[in-house]
Write a protein that binds this ligand. Structure first.
Ligand code: SF4
Ligand code: SF4
Length: 347
C-alpha cells in the first residue's frame, strides 16, 4: 500500500449544527491524542509516496493541541491541508503565522461553503456562519494563504451551484469541490434528497461550469458512473484514514456516520492495538473482499437500482450504512436521532 497522503479526523467537536453532518453532536467530545498522530506520521513515512497530511473533524482547529499537531507534521517534513468551517478564523490565522514553517508547509485551507447567499448557507449550516466564511476568505487573501471551497450539494442549495462557483472565483479561491450529499440516517435526509436522475443532471451542470470558470472545479468520489465497476482513490491505497477513535477506516465518508451496530466490516483496526503496517495489510484484505463481492453481484445482475451506479452509495449500502434508493434513504438511522427524536429506523 503506497499512499499519497494520510488523513486524521482530529476531533468531533464543532460549533455548528449542519443538516448534512455525519457526526453525533450529542456525544461527549473526543479528540485524537497527539502521541497517536505523531507516531502514525512517523510510521506512514514507510508507505507514503509523498509526505502529506490532511486534517478534518468536526472542526480540526478545536482540537486542544492543534498547534502541536501541526508542528508534529511540519517537523517531520509533511506538507498539510485541512478542511475547516471558517468560524472565528482570526485564531486560525494567528496559529498559522505564529511559526513560519506552518504556513510554508500548508498547501491549502479548504473552507466549507454551502450557499451563494447568507440565507441559504445559514439555513443549512448555522446562523451567522456565512459571514464568518466570507471573513475567512478575506483573511486568507490578505495573508496570501491559498484556500479552496468544499460545497456539499443537496436539494436545499443545488439551485445555487453556478452562483457558488462564481462566488468562489470572485473571492480568489484556488478551486471549488462539489460533494454529493451522503445519507445521514437522520430526519434531514428526506428534505435534502435528490433522485439519481437529478444527480446526473447536476453532474452535467458541474461539467459546464468547469468549462466556464477559470478556477479548478473538482468532483470528488461518489458521482454517477456509466459502468458500476469503479476503484476509488482510497481503494487504490492512495489515502490512509485515521478516525477520531484512532482506528484506520476505509475513507472519511465512513467516519462518524451511523452504522448497523453488528457490522464493523469497514473498520480496519485500532492503532492502539496494532501498528500502521498491520492496519494497511488488513485494509487490503477488506478492499479485496469488497471488490470480489461487487464483481459477483454484477455477474448475477443484482445491481438493478440506479443508485448502485453511484460508487460511494453502493459502498455505504454494502457496509451497512445509511444509503440512497429510488424511494429515499434506507439503512440504519442515526443513533442520535433514535435516542432524541424517537425516529423509526429507515428502510
Ligand atoms: S462544520 Fe462540519 S463537522 Fe461541523 S456541523 Fe458542519 S458538517 Fe458537521
Ligand atoms: S465511500 Fe467507499 S467507494 Fe466511496 S471513496 Fe469511500 S471507500 Fe471509496
Amino acid at each position: 500500500m503506497a499512499g499519497d497522503w494520510i488523513t486524521f479526523e482530529l476531533t468531533d467537536r464543532c460549533q455548528l449544527t449542519c443538516k448534512h453532518c455525519l457526526r453525533d453532536p450529542g456525544k461527549r467530545p473526543t479528540d485524537l491524542p497527539l502521541p497517536l498522530v505523531r507516531s502514525s506520521l512517523e510510521q506512514a513515512k514507510c508507505f507514503l509516496r509523498s509526505f502529506h497530511a490532511a486534517f478534518t473533524g468536526g472542526e480540526p482547529v478545536l482540537h486542544p493541541e492543534f498547534s502541536a499537531i501541526l508542528d508534529a507534521a511540519v517537523d517531520l517534513d509533511y506538507t498539510w491541508h485541512m478542511v475547516t468551517n471558517g468560524q472565528r478564523f482570526e485564531r486560525v490565522i494567528d496559529t498559522l503565522l505564529e511559526r513560519p514553517l506552518r504556513k510554508e508547509k500548508l498547501t491549502a485551507l479548504t473552507i466549507s461553503l454551502d450557499g451563494a447567499d447568507e440565507a441559504t448557507h445559514d439555513a443549512i449550516r448555522s446562523p451567522g456562519s456565512y459571514r464568518e466564511v466570507m471573513k475567512a476568505a478575506s483573511l486568507c487573501m490578505a495573508h496570501e494563504i491559498p484556500f479552496a471551497f468544499n460545497t456539499t450539494l443537496h436539494a436545499k442549495n443545488v439551485h445555487q451551484l453556478e452562483s457558488m462557483g462564481l462566488l468562489a472565483s470572485q473571492l480568489g479561491a484556488d478551486r471549488i469541490s462539489f460533494i454529493l450529499f451522503s445519507a445521514t440516517g437522520t430526519k434531514h435526509d428526506a428534505e435534502l434528497y435528490l433522485s439519481a436522475r437529478q444527480w446526473r443532471n447536476v453532474m452535467d451542470r458541474i461539467d459546464r461550469l468547469a468549462e466556464a470558470l477559470t478556477i479548478r472545479v473538482n468532483i470528488p468520489e461518489g458521482f454517477h458512473r456509466k459502468q458500476p465497476w469503479h476503484v476509488c482513490a482510497p481503494f487504490t491505497g492512495q489515502q490512509i484514514h485515521v478516525d477520531v477513535h484512532g482506528r484506520v477506516i476505509l475513507c472519511c465518508q465512513h467516519a462518524g456516520i451511523p452504522r448497523d451496530p453488528n457490522d464493523n466490516r469497514d473498520i480496519v483496526g485500532s492503532l492502539y492495538e496494532m501498528n500502521l503496517a498491520e492496519a494497511c495489510r488488513r485494509f487490503l484484505g477488506i478492499v479485496h473482499r469488497f471488490q470480489e463481492d461487487k464483481m459477483l453481484a454484477m455477474e448475477r445482475g443484482e445491481l438493478k437500482d440506479d443508485w448502485d451506479y453511484f460508487p460511494c452509495n453502493y459502498c455505504m449500502k454494502y457496509f451497512g450504512k445509511p444509503y440512497w434508493t429510488s424511494e429515499g434513504a434506507a439503512g440504519p438511522s442515526a443513533i442520535r436521532a433514535r435516542r432524541k427524536k424517537r425516529l423509526p429506523v429507515l428502510g
